[in-house]
Design a protein around this ligand. Structure first.
Ligand code: KIV
Ligand code: ZN
Length: 385
């Protein structure tokens, strides 16, 4: 009951973000790292999208050791058969099929009547079940779907054999309380809802993807769909590293277990940035360059006394060696002295005070003061420890 499945879609929804497409070998490299990190499901791609993606899904299916491998399909026979073939080598495979259920999407995108949408859900899930007993069905634009119709659509998918029901916030429109209410509704209203695992899939258009995902889990969902570094369509998907570290750091309020080795987070974040050329913003939670860096004197002083004063998780827990005390104009004498000692200098109180004044002058002119600047500042002949 307290186990949450981590479904990584870096190689499918993540790859769909402009500029993030990966070649065959890059997808295989990421898949191996995701498997090693302990994700439960790797969505390897959208096999019908291109020959290259079909081949990458097949190769991933053939090499992944532990995770279930999933492939995405529209509610179309060709998509489902193509995904089934690509996934065939996997030890454990999942067909993930989806169809829009919101009034806007049904009318303008699908141009289908609601009853025809229900028929297509039934037919696509039934077909997918012929290839595997692990079938996920997603209600695209689920968060903007009218409640009664969402219940009917989910009931239809479960009756046809879906074992996971995903309610995407496709356009990142939901607020945490509204999104949670969708799961409460489904759990209370849909017959046989206990035959399927409910899943969250949130986009970050309002910066709420992680908050919405956690709200969905608190309301009863037990699968989270997410991506490394939060890459994904438009503003991205919920970031895996933020979700997992929120559950680890706030286990008091989020008492859910997962299988992720969090010490691999930094390695995967860097590997993905290298592959895609997408750098991570410095202030990004968990994996940004500043996530464990401190410049202000008050914070540095606290950190030198006890790191818990300004850090809610250890850098080691995400695979970083140590926190960084960055020297800049906000830094104080304690951090300045500590860094000089690490560099091997012991100036004594008066010389240290003089050097500190020169350091502040320099810091006023530079964004940060590095080790070479410090050595030049105290001079190579300054007394050693
Ligand atoms: O955001 C979305 O609705 C999706 C589905 C295809 C699962 O990515
Ligand atoms: Zn999505």
């Amino acid at each position: 009951m307290d186990r949450v499945i981590i479904f990584d879609t870096t190689l499918r929804d993540g790859e769909q973000s402009p500029g993030c497409s990966m070649n065959h070998d890059e997808k295989l490299r990421m898949a191996a790292l995701l498997d090693q990190m302990g994700v439960d499901v790797i969505e390897a791609g959208f096999p019908i999208a291109s020959k290259g993606d079909w081949e990458a899904v097949k190769a991933i299916a053939g090499t992944v050791k532990n995770a279930t491998v999933a492939g995405l399909c529209r509610a179309k026979r060709g998509d489902i058969e193509s995904a089934a073939e690509a996934l065939a080598p996997a030890k454990s495979r999942r067909i993930h099929t989806f169809l829009s259920t919101s009034p806007l999407h049904m009318k303008h995108k699908l141009q289908m009547e609601p009853e025809a949408v229900l028929d297509a859900i039934r037919d696509s899930v039934t077909l997918a079940r012929q290839f595997t007993d692990d079938v996920e069905w997603s209600a695209e634009d689920g968060s903007r779907t009218e409640n009664d119709f969402l219940c009917r659509a989910v009931e239809t998918a479960i009756a046809a054999g879906a074992t996971t029901i995903n309610i995407p916030d496709t356009v990142g429109y939901a607020l945490p309380a509204d999104y949670a209410a969708k799961f409460t509704l489904l759990l209370n209203k849909v017959p046989n809802i206990d035959k399927a695992i409910l899943s969250v899939h949130c986009h970050n258009d309002l910066g709420l993807a992680v908050a919405n995902s956690l709200a969905g889990v608190m309301a009863g969902a037990r699968q989270i769909e997410c991506t490394i570094n939060g890459i994904g369509e438009r503003a991205g998907n919920a970031a895996l590293e933020e979700i997992v570290m929120a559950m680890r750091t706030r286990a008091d309020s989020l008492p859910y277990k997962n299988n992720i080795d969090t010490t691999m987070i930094t390695k995967l974040s860097h590997a993905l940035s290298d592959i895609t050329g997408f750098s991570v913003q410095p202030n990004k939670a968990i994996v940004g360059a500043n996530a464990f860096a401190h410049e202000s004197g008050i914070h540095q002083d606290g950190m030198l006394k006890n790191a818990q004063t300004y850090e809610i998780m250890t850098p080691e827990s995400v695979g970083l060696n140590k926190s960084e005390l960055v020297l800049g104009k906000h830094s104080g004498r304690h951090a300045f002295r500590a860094r000089l000692e690490q560099l091997g200098f012991d100036l004594g109180d008066n010389a240290l005070q003089d050097a500190f004044v020169r350091f502040k002058d320099l810091a006023d002119q530079k964004k940060s003061v590095n080790d070479d600047d410090l050595i030049a500042l105290v001079g190579p002949d300054a007394p050693r420890v």
